[in-house]
Design a protein around this ligand. Structure first.
Ligand code: MOS
Length: 691
């Protein structure tokens, strides 16, 4: 029942993008614009004693050097990483201690190099250890999930289980590294602030700037018209928008600030390193009786961020006795933050590798083991799932992949000096939706325009919103224009949590239906002056839904391991997902495959090394931080189950932005074990770990 549907409409802004006509935040140059270049701290902890800007101000074209002594004062921020240049404290290496502003980019950069900062350094601690005395269990992990949960009696059930798996998995930190670095062009017109910012949600940036600068949000306009990726790192406002706004106010001219790639690792968030201990107790047939998932991670001293990696174990499998915990330590390191499928990507790596170890320990086929532990109700909440087609994904994936031909014995397939192996893992991602508003207008000629502050971070938001509107209005898509990407449009939530299309689309759908009614009241023809309808979904979204809601999927990988070099190549990757109705097969497939490619990076090449002596990450560019390129990807396929779920939203969709990465790394790691017989419980699977 997997869909091989027509491809779906092409991106409405595709031509603009490929011809270079689409402009990104740093490509706007207001008359008289100046350029800024930030200065990162070179110590891991301490104080700024003095900033000597004398030599910097001698640069031709120099306009200003902002420091904590002269920068505009900021008021409030929920996120303390935005309180830049407000005091002399250095909480981690890379924290901004000054900003150079000049008539040209080159001059700003030269100024930044000439600024002399004197520090009083203090001892720092940048080492995550599972016995660190500073570890504590927070009340909540990210997303408001309980930090710790217990059901039944794990210890007793685990002790009496016929088969036990106890394994600890370690992941390096990971960086989002969107193709377009974080950038802002800011200008003040009197007491009004206008910013082009590369963000995943301009309404969020506008509200945050209003709080920081103590202004009414009506006086702030934030535009995020085209965004070259974010993967979570642009889901919250970042220092560049605050610095650019401060510099523009201080100098009186518009200021452009594009963060240099080499500085990103310290200031725009990352997935933190995570250590996960999994214990599975099962019957001889593989039915899980006891499950413990214990997460140890780190955050900074600036902001508490706790990757909610144990949460998938509260959703995935039958587990009458369960313990899921997070503990965190505040180190003198850069602040972690959201990165694609936070919690699920990391947590499912560990859980799904442990499931593979349980399959080996019981002799149950890995697909069958997961089917056997499927559950109709969410184990932790006890709620029934609104829809759950994990088993169908596993079965359909197994059929398409040719799983039944597999010899389960490790090291059973060789091709010359290569070992060949296959692996499977499940995927999941929660269904999120947030209130949104939207406006739809029809003019006298029967042309429709949709206005909503959605953001297209490369997903195809404009296109799918035009589809949703056209369907709700029962008109051809070419009669619908969509305007998104500005806080001057009806307020909307960010492109994050795989919730964008559901959230914005719901409001667009509702406004279109209201407009349809208005047109009906006019006898089916809009009057010459047109008609407008607005909608807000605040009252439509249940605060305590009776169902647990999640997308599910199954990932299959075939790897080839070079026995001379330890190099792993992914020859085949196949995912089958159940994510409600897929609204646009073309852009949807692209998102799922994009997630899976990011999962290949997580498994094999990506990893940020925290140098404990310096308290900062060693990889500063895309030459050192290896994201997969086309040549790293062999056959890759994404399919889906046509899932009908009446409990979601008027479109019947779940999110697809993040589930593609979930489970990929485990499927690859499990395939590497199958190929080699060696269980490496540490990502990334660099060649030296396999030799
Ligand atoms: Mo995603 S990490 O919610 O942008």
């Amino acid at each position: 029942m997997s869909t091989t549907s027509t491809p779906g409409p092409v991106r409405v802004e595709g031509r603009e993008k490929v011809t270079g006509a689409a402009r990104y935040a740093a490509e706007h140059t207001p008359p008289g614009a100046a350029y800024a270049w930030p200065v990162p701290a070179t110590i891991a902890r301490g104080r700024v004693v003095a900033v000597d800007a004398g030599r910097a101000m001698d640069e031709p074209g120099a306009l200003a050097v902002l420091t904590h002594e002269n920068a505009p004062r900021l008021k409030e921020a929920d996120d303390a990483t935005l309180l830049v240049l407000q005091n002399d404290r250095v909480p981690h290496r890379g924290w901004y201690v000054a900003l150079a502003v000049a008539r040209s980019l080159e001059a700003a950069r030269a100024m930044a190099a000439a600024i002399e900062v004197t520090y009083a350094a203090e001892d720092h601690d940048a080492v995550l250890a599972t016995d660190h005395p500073g570890l504590y269990t927070p009340d909540e992990a990210n997303g408001g999930f309980p930090g710790s949960r217990e059901r039944g009696d794990f210890d007793a059930a685990y002790a009496r289980a016929a088969v036990r798996v106890d394994a600890t998995y370690t992941m390096a930190g990971l960086h989002n590294h969107p193709m377009e670095p974080h950038a802002t062009t800011a200008r003040w017109e009197g007491d009004r602030l206008h910013a082009h910012d590369s963000s995943q949600g301009a309404t969020t940036v506008q509200k945050t700037l209003a709080a920081l600068f103590g202004m009414d949000s009506e006086r702030i306009t934030v535009v995020s018209e085209h965004v070259g990726g974010g993967f979570g790192s642009k889901g919250t406002p970042r220092p560049q928008v605050v610095l650019a706004a401060m510099a523009a106010r201080h100098t009186g001219v518009p200021v452009k600030l594009a963060l240099p790639r080499a500085q990103l690792a310290a200031v725009v968030g990352h997935r933190p390193p995570v250590v996960q201990r999994l214990r599975l107790g099962a019957d001889a047939d593989g039915t899980i009786s006891a499950l413990a998932h214990e997460v140890t991670t780190q955050t900074s001293t600036v902001r508490q961020f706790v990757e909610q990696a144990a949460t998938p174990s509260r959703t995935m499998y039958v587990s009458p006795h369960s313990r899921t915990t997070h503990q965190v330590v505040e180190l003198d390191v850069p602040s972690p933050s959201w990165m694609r499928a936070p919690g699920e990507a990391s947590g499912m790596y560990a859980l799904e590798c442990a499931m593979d170890e349980l399959a080996c320990a019981t002799g149950v086929d890995p697909v069958e083991l997961r089917v056997r532990n499927d559950t109709a109700t969410e184990p932790d909440s006890g709620k029934p799932f609104s829809s759950r087609h994990l088993v169908e994904c596993l079965r359909e994936g197994a059929r398409r992949f040719g799983w039944h031909e597999r010899d389960p014995r490790p090291r059973s397939r060789t091709e010359g000096r290569h070992l060949i192996g296959t692996g499977v893992a499940s995927s999941c991602y929660p269904v999120y939706v947030a209130p949104s508003s939207a406006q739809v207008r029809v003019d006298g000629d029967g042309r429709f325009s949709v206005r909503v502050n959605a953001t297209d971070i490369g997903t195809g938001a404009r296109t799918v919103l035009a589809q949703i509107a056209a369907e709700a209005l029962a008109v051809p898509m070419d009669r619908v224009a969509v305007e998104i990407g500005s806080s001057s449009l009806p307020a909307a939530p960010l492109a994050g949590g795989s919730s964008g299309t559901a959230s914005w689309g719901w409001a667009v759908h509702k406004a279109c239906r209201a407009l349809g009614d208005l047109i009906g009241e006019h006898g089916g023809t809009p009057p010459p002056g047109g008609l407008t309808a607005t909608a807000d979904t605040s009252d439509d979204i249940e605060s305590e839904p009776p169902h647990a809601k999640s997308s599910f999927g199954a990932q299959f990988a075939e790897v080839r391991v070079d026995t001379d070099t330890g190099e792993v190549r992914v020859r085949r990757l196949l995912g089958v997902f159940a994510a409600g109705r897929i609204l646009n097969a073309r852009t949807g497939r692209s998102q799922l495959i994009g997630g899976m490619v990011m999962g290949v990076g997580m498994a094999l090449t990506e990893g940020s090394t925290l140098d404990s002596r310096f308290g900062d990450f060693a990889e500063r560019d895309l030459a050192a931080y290896h994201v997969p390129a086309c040549a790293d990807i062999g056959d890759i396929e994404a399919h889906w189950i046509d899932e009908q779920d009446p409990h979601l939203n008027p479109m019947g969709s779940k999110g697809i932005g993040e589930i593609g990465i979930v489970g990929t790394a485990a499927a690859i790691a499990n395939a590497v074990h199958h190929a080699t017989g060696v269980r490496v419980r540490e990502l990334p699977l660099h060649p030296e770990k396999l030799l």
